[in-house]
Design a protein. Structure first.
Length: 114
């Protein structure tokens, strides 16, 4: 009897852990069926976005730990932020969202620099 209960608990645990993988696959295949080219491009861009965000976090960590000077950190971070902005523009273009006005972005940049 104890073996049967242990087996049922093990099967339930495996099903619980594996379920998200099967659900995500089904959702992504439904999206791919609607527009296969856009979904592949979007997946690539989203992966690139995550890589750039991780790079920015790593730059901040390196600066805080003393591995980067202030000038190097600012230059590298600005470069990564520009790359992230271009990625976000491409995501907006794929999703069909309108772009924000340039003046609003420059105003926010100036506030952040102060």
């Amino acid at each position: 009897m104890a073996v049967l209960i242990s087996l049922l608990i093990a099967v339930a645990a495996v099903a619980f852990v594996a379920a998200p993988f099967f659900l995500m696959t089904r959702r992504s295949s439904e999206t791919a069926a609607k527009n296969p080219d856009a979904s592949d491009a979007m997946a690539d861009i989203l992966a690139e976005k995550e890589t750039v965000y991780a790079s920015i976090q790593e730059l901040d960590f390196d600066f805080k730990s003393g591995k980067l000077s202030t000038e190097d950190h600012q230059m590298l971070r600005r470069r990564q932020e520009e790359h992230a902005a271009s990625i976000l523009k491409r995501i907006d273009e794929l999703e069909g969202k309108p772009r924000q006005r340039e003046t609003a972005r420059t105003g926010r940049r100036e506030k952040r620099k102060r």
